[in-house]
Design a protein around this ligand. Structure first.
Ligand code: PLP
Length: 328
C-alpha cells in the first residue's frame, strides 16, 4: 500500500522518473523540517526564505532551530515577492545555496509565483524547496517543469485524507547525495527513503497505519473525481461562489483577485461597531460551519477555506448561514 501511495503521489505531478516520494510521520511541519534538514548539508549551506506570511516565517524558524544560516526576503502579507528583489539578493550574496518558497501562503490565501522563483533558482544554481502543503493535489503542478529539488505536502489538505503524515517529493539524484545531512534522527528523510525503498514500503518507526489506509482511499477518490484538474475546477467554483455571495453580503476580499488561490480566502471583518469575531464564529459553528480567524498582522479579518469534500451546495448553505449570522 505504501509503495502504491508513493508512486501515485509522484504521478500526480510528474511524468518522468526523476522524483521519488518519501512519507514521514507527523503533521505537515514535520515534513518541512525533515526536508530542509535532510537536503541542506551541515557545512556551507545558506537558505534564502521568501516570506509573506506565517508559513514562510515558519521555514525561517526551522532553519534557526537547526542552526542553518538563513536570510529572508520579506514582503507584506497582502502582496507577493518582487522577483527583482529576490534576484538582487541572489546577486549580492553568492553564499546562498538554497531558496525556500511557499506555494499557497495559507495565512492569506495568496498564490506565490513558484515557477518564476524556480527560474531564478535555476539561473543562479540554487537548490529549490517548495512548501506546497495547501496546494498539492488541488492545484495542478508540473513538477518536471518546476524542477524543484523537494516539494512538500501532507495527507490532510487537498488530497483530503486524514491528518497523521506528510510527504516529500524529492529529486532522486539530489536525495541520494543527502546521506549524513540530517540534524535529527527521526526526521532523517534520507534514512526513511532507504528503508522505504529497501523494505518494500517499510517505515523506520511505527507507521500511522490507519492514516495510510485512509490516504489510499483519498487517492482513489481523487482519481474518481477526475484527478487534480477536476478537483482544481471544483475548488475554483467553490471559491468563486463564495466570493460572489460574500460580496453580495457586503464583505470585501483582502487579497487582490490576481493573487488569490482557490484554497482559502481572507475577508475584512465587517466594520459594524458591534461586530465580534468570536460571536460570528460561534453563530456559524452553531449552524455547522467552522471558519478561521484572520492571520494577517495589521488587518481585522477572517478566513474561509474552500477545499475538502465541499461542493457548491455547501457554499450555498454557508452563505445562507452567514446572512443569518450578520445581524449585529
Ligand atoms: C498547513 C500548512 C503547513 C503545515 O501545517 P501543520 O499544522 O504542521 O500540518 C505548512 N505550510 C503550509 C503552507 C500550510 O498550509
Amino acid at each position: 500500500m505504501v509503495q502504491e501511495i508513493r508512486s501515485r503521489l509522484v504521478a500526480l505531478a510528474s511524468k518522468s522518473d526523476a522524483y521519488t516520494a518519501v512519507l514521514m510521520q507527523g503533521s505537515g511541519t514535520f515534513c518541512v523540517e525533515s526536508a530542509i534538514t535532510t537536503l541542506l548539508p551541515k557545512e556551507g549551506a545558506k537558505l534564502l526564505v521568501l516570506t509573506n506570511g506565517a508559513y514562510g516565517e515558519r521555514i525561517a524558524e526551522i532553519a534557526a532551530y537547526a542552526s542553518i544560516p538563513c536570510v529572508t526576503c520579506n514582503v507584506e502579507e497582502t502582496t507577493t515577492f518582487s522577483l527583482e528583489a529576490v534576484e538582487y539578493l541572489l546577486q549580492n550574496d553568492p553564499s546562498i545555496t538554497a531558496i525556500a518558497v511557499v506555494h499557497c501562503e495559507t495565512t492569506t490565501g495568496i498564490l506565490n509565483p513558484i515557477f518564476e522563483v524556480a527560474k531564478l533558482s535555476k539561473a543562479y544554481h540554487k537548490l529549490l524547496i517548495v512548501d506546497a502543503m495547501s496546494s498539492f493535489g488541488g492545484i495542478p503542478i508540473d513538477l518536471d517543469a518546476l524542477d524543484a529539488d523537494v516539494l512538500i505536502s501532507s495527507a490532510n489538505k487537498c488530497i483530503q485524507g486524514v491528518p497523521g503524515f506528510g510527504f516529500m517529493l524529492f529529486k532522486k539524484k539530489i536525495l541520494k547525495r543527502c546521506f549524513g545531512n540530517a540534524r535529527s534522527l527521526s526526521l532523517d528523510a534520507y534514512a526513511q527513503y532507504k528503508t522505504m525503498e529497501e523494505g518494500g514500503g517499510k517505515w523506520r518507526f511505527t507507521s500511522p497505519t490507519h492514516v495510510v489506509h485512509a490516504f489510499i482511499e483519498a487517492l482513489y477518490e481523487l482519481e474518481e473525481e477526475g484527478g487534480v484538474e477536476a478537483r482544481y475546477t471544483r475548488y475554483c467554483t467553490n471559491q468563486r461562489l463564495l466570493i460572489e455571495g460574500m460580496e453580495a453580503l457586503n464583505f470585501e476580499c483582502v487579497i487582490d483577485q490576481t493573487l488569490q488561490s482557490p484554497i482559502i480566502t481572507s475577508f475584512y471583518s465587517p466594520n459594524h461597531t458591534s461586530y465580534d469575531f468570536k460571536e460570528f464564529y460561534l453563530r456559524l459553528k452553531h449552524k455547522g460551519f467552522v471558519i478561521y480567524p484572520g492571520k494577517v498582522s495589521n488587518i481585522e479579518s477572517f478566513r474561509i477555506g474552500t477545499i475538502g469534500h465541499v461542493f457548491p451546495e455547501d457554499i450555498a448553505r454557508l452563505l445562507k448561514a452567514v446572512q443569518e449570522a450578520i445581524f449585529w
